[in-house]
Design a protein around this ligand. Structure first.
Ligand code: FES
Length: 283
């Protein structure tokens, strides 16, 4: 399986379909609010993995009930619940997929294809059950569960091996010591401008507003873009840094993500001023 996943990651032939589908998804899901909603910006975590709990739970429960006598109605209800709830989960997944890196999109395409086959088989199972053909319904459901399980395996590879929609910045903290360290003389910091500094070889951005200074990790949690090269914009009354790569925006007074594609907040570091020197450390 590992060799297969590596071949999928490196298979440039998938890009023809992937690029077309990406344009279609981006053309369809145009509104920033809709995209943010589906990314899970409001939640501070990706929404797609949370939404798939419903169809997966319903389909596995239906598979168990299909083994028991007298449970046809209950199993049909769960197959219907899983099939209906899989649609919005798929839309959220497509929205995330369209903002992934190329190698991640290749794997994500196969993940989506497996789950689409699974969904089609479950839709067929539901239709068969509603027409009284419960044997066919059961068979199609088990095939659908197999396809969805393959999709889940590939989704696991996408998240845990390739780091899709996982914060790319938080591991930077593991390279920092937990001692207070000097980062700048407060008097030399310009007002309302981004300044980049290094702390233990970890790049951070400083943003001064009056005598308050935010120290934030520079690496964008989405795909490691350089936030220090981003713009500061006022969004909903808060100064935010906007990533130059894909436009994720993070509040400078707390690190909360306000616009995706990043579903994750950015890490702010604690600060203190000693003898006019700004210091920071691990949270
Ligand atoms: S790297 Fe994609 S938004 Fe920052």
């Amino acid at each position: 399986m590992r060799a297969l996943m590596t071949r999928i990651e490196q298979n440039a032939k998938l890009d023809r379909i992937g690029d077309r589908l990406q344009r279609a998804v981006q053309g369809t899901l145009r509104g920033q609010r809709v995209r943010d909603l589906l990314h899970g910006v409001w939640l501070g975590h990706p929404l797609h993995p949370a939404m798939v709990q419903v169809p997966v739970g319903a389909w596995i429960s239906a598979a168990v009930l299909d083994l028991l006598p007298g449970q046809r109605r209950a199993a049909t209800t769960l197959v219907a619940l899983g099939t209906v709830s899989a649609v919005p989960a798929a839309v959220a997944g497509l929205n995330d997929w369209a903002a992934l890196a190329r190698d991640q999109r290749r794997v994500g395409l196969v993940h989506a294809a497996s789950n689409t086959v699974g969904l089609a088989l479950y839709a067929g199972s539901l239709a068969a059950r509603l027409n009284g053909r419960h044997g066919t319904g059961r068979a199609l459901a088990y095939l659908g569960l197999s396809a969805a399980s393959m999709g889940a395996y590939i989704g696991g590879h996408l998240a845990y091996k390739q780091g899709a929609q996982v914060s790319q910045s938080i591991s930077e903290l593991h390279r920092m010591s937990d001692e207070w360290q000097a980062v700048a003389d407060l008097a030399t910091l310009p007002q309302r401008q981004l300044v980049t500094r290094e702390v233990d070889d970890v790049s951070v951005i400083l943003y001064r507003h009056g005598d308050d200074v935010t120290v934030m990790l520079e690496r964008c949690p989405h795909q490691s873009g350089p936030l220090g090269e981003g713009e500061v914009q006022e969004i909903d009354g808060h100064a935010c840094v906007v990533c130059p790569w894909h436009g994720s925006a993070f509040r400078l007074n707390g690190g909360e993500v306000v616009h995706g594609p990043s579903p994750n907040d950015q890490q702010i570091l604690p600060t203190r001023v000693v003898d006019g020197v700004l210091q920071t450390k691990l949270p």
